[in-house]
Design a protein around this ligand. Structure first.
Ligand SMILES: Nc1ncnc2c1ncn2[C@@H]1O[C@H](COP(=O)(O)OP(=O)(O)OP(=O)(O)O)[C@@H](O)[C@H]1O
Ligand SMILES: [Mg+2]
Length: 609
């Protein structure tokens, strides 16, 4: 259900929420507009040209009116030449200038908008990836994604067209009314009485129709989700023989889409008929009134035509404002959401330096001292309660305990994804806060519970541990991780594409890639969050060997599900509901007959027989 909602709000046609325009929101927009500052010269030039070209646009009805009146031997205007030839030459010169000015202003507007938008996009993305983990646990990825795509596209629209159109239409509206009033005050008043009510009715109608078409789009998005879900889970559909169920679900949905669309067409038909009737009615009425004025010699024919042309300017300007205003509102809403990200506090991570340089070396001593922790999203639930332990340099410390006891959480705390509410995590006896975030993360590696491979080659995926690694280094790491053999069994070897669109690797293979990645990184402290899914004994042996190799010469924290893998650990910590209830070596823990460890290892021993 969550995915469905997400999908419909993600479709590009879905309307973005609007925001109210007030001082605060305009302030926000102006903050985003500050991205234009580096390109302000061009922007101002574009504005001036826009203003000029709109003004010049107003001259054309006058040319046409003057041509007609001159043809009838009535020279009307003192400003324009008295001959047809003269008017034509002037008109073409103006047209030519207009063409150049229009070209420049469009080019410049788009130039400024695209460049500043690229800057905003880059900054938003940089900000996003440096935000603390907690930010992501409260939000859906789809939502964040839509900020970078839909919201910024809305802002882009506003920068490239809406602002320009608003200025142009304002000039046309005011100029048009002024010229009309000069030609004939009576006609101008008649027009201003007729047109605005028409526009209001048309708008209300238009909004209603848009609502219906949005309904149809939402329904369509819903049916697309059905396709997506069933195709992704096609194995489930088949295994449960639910083809008929899915087909009827989809069929029902798609019928509804058609019904809504047909309903929409009915109203659109009424709308078009209405517009044709009223608009042409108004024009006929106006021209009729104008003709009466002409027959009374209050107006010349050329002037009447000139007036009619201006009235189309004024009418279309009035008609365009509501849409432009709605666009502006959407852009304000979009910029608020983008600014929300830009205003978040990011982690102190440099996004400019690609090579990860270590400034303060960590030897590998790790301690937890009375660590109390609750996830910020669920502050009332303490996940870790007064956890203390020491891991000396080079030691292997294993953490075991039931699912949900807080083991992966401890790993997240070591990596500084979150910070304890009280207590301290120490590296080499110094609190974590005395190290920079990058120094810690550069010297701690994790082989996570669920290994994520990026879309790309195996080579690139291993190199993620050290971007500057040479191919030889990468292959060496893969060999030590027991991964070389299976990689070479693919026809393309290290160039094999993995991830969503590539070869699917098995759980054990993915783990060995992750181990190679960690080997390449060569950390002082290693965290292994063992996968819960069990491997067959051959893969387990390969992974186990790779892990032994990886754990050499460094401090290792092993979160283990298979107790067989940790018999050799220097220390085993048993965690239950966020508390350490036992700790010691394998032998020591087994002597405690009531202990959880003995109970757990008894269970695993039995299941192995
Ligand atoms: N991002 C999070 N936000 C809120 N609560 C979380 C978050 N991650 C984990 N938890 C909660 O914290 C508790 C400990 O989770 P954790 O992942 O550390 O367990 P675990 O010991 O690793 O379990 P498993 O053996 O199944 O991997 C659980 O109750 C879990 O619901
Ligand atoms: Mg876990």
């Amino acid at each position: 259900m969550a995915r469905r909602r997400l999908n419909s709000s993600n479709s590009p046609e879905a309307e973005l929420p609007k925001a109210k325009l007030n001082r605060q929101t305009l302030n926000n927009i102006s903050r985003l507009l500050s991205y234009i500052r580096p390109y302000r010269g061009k922007f101002i030039a574009a504005l001036v040209f826009l203003f000029l070209s709109s003004l010049v646009g107003l001259a054309f009805p006058s040319f046409i009116g003057a041509l007609i009146d001159t043809a009838q031997g009535k020279h009307s205007n003192g400003i324009l030449p008295a001959t047809i030839k003269g008017i034509l030459i002037l008109a073409f010169i103006v047209l030519f200038l207009q063409a150049i000015v229009s070209f420049c202003r469009i080019l410049w507007f788009v130039n400024v908008a695209e460049r500043s938008l690229a800057d905003i996009r880059r900054d938003t993305y940089f900000k996003l990836i440096t935000l603390p983990m907690n930010f992501f646990s409260n939000r859906r990825v789809g939502e964040l994604n839509s900020r970078i795509s839909a919201d910024l596209s809305q802002i882009q629209d506003t920068l490239t067209t809406t602002i320009a159109e608003m200025i142009r239409q304002t000039v046309l509206l005011i100029g048009g009314i002024a010229f009309m009033a000069i030609i004939s005050v009576k006609l101008a008043i008649a027009l201003l009485i007729l047109v605005p009510p028409l526009i209001i009715v048309a708008l209300l109608f238009g909004r209603f129709i848009r609502k219906i078409s949005r309904e149809a789009q939402d329904k369509l998005a819903e049916s697309n989700t059905i396709i997506e879900e069933t195709l992704q889970g096609i194995a489930n559909v088949k295994a449960f023989v639910n083809e008929a169920f899915e087909a009827s679900r989809y069929g029902k949905n798609i019928r509804e889409v058609a019904d809504i669309a047909i309903k929409g067409a009915k109203y659109r038909g009424i709308f078009v008929s209405f517009i044709v009737l009223c608009l042409f009615g108004a024009i006929v009425a106006l021209v009729g009134y104008g003709s009466i004025l002409v027959s009374h010699h209050e107006l010349k024919v050329g002037q009447l035509i000139q007036f009619a042309l201006y009235s189309t300017f004024v009418g279309s300007a009035m008609g365009s404002f509501p849409d432009l205003y709605a666009n502006l509102q959407k852009a304000v809403g979009a910029s608020e959401r983008v600014l929300e990200i830009l205003d978040e506090h990011g982690e102190a991570v440099s996004i400019r330096e690609i090579d990860n340089i270590i400034n303060q070396k960590i030897e590998g001593n790790l301690s937890f001292s009375n660590v109390v922790f609750a996830y910020p999203s669920r502050p009332e639930m303490e996940v870790l309660k007064e956890v203390s332990f020491d891991a000396a340099r080079g030691q292997k410390v294993a953490i075991v305990g039931p699912s949900g006891s807080g083991k992966s959480t401890m790993a997240a705390l070591i990596l500084q994804f979150y910070h304890p509410q009280s207590g301290t995590i120490l590296f080499d006896g110094k609190p974590a806060s005395e190290f920079t975030l990058t120094d810690i993360r550069n010297q701690v590696a994790i082989v996570p519970q669920d290994v994520l491979l990026f879309g790309g080659s195996i080579l690139e995926n291993i190199a993620y541990g050290k971007l500057s690694a040479s191919k030889d280094e990468i292959i060496q790491a893969a060999q030590r991780a027991n991964a070389h053999q299976f990689i070479m069994s693919f026809p393309e070897g290290y160039e094999t594409i993995v991830g969503e669109r590539g070869v699917k690797l098995s759980g054990g293979q993915r783990q060995r890639i992750a181990i190679a990645r960690a080997l390449l990184k060569n950390p002082s402290i290693l965290i292994l969050d063992e996968a819960t899914s069990s491997l067959d004994s051959e893969s387990e042996r390969l992974v186990q060997e790779a892990l032994e190799e990886l754990m050499k010469n460094r401090t290792s924290v092993i979160i283990a599900h298979r107790l067989s893998t940790i018999r050799e650990a220097d220390k085993i910590i048993v965690l239950e509901k966020g508390q350490i209830i036992e700790s010691g070596s394998h032998q020591e823990l087994l002597t405690n007959k009531q202990g959880l460890y003995r109970y757990l290892s008894g269970l695993q021993f039995e299941s192995q027989i």
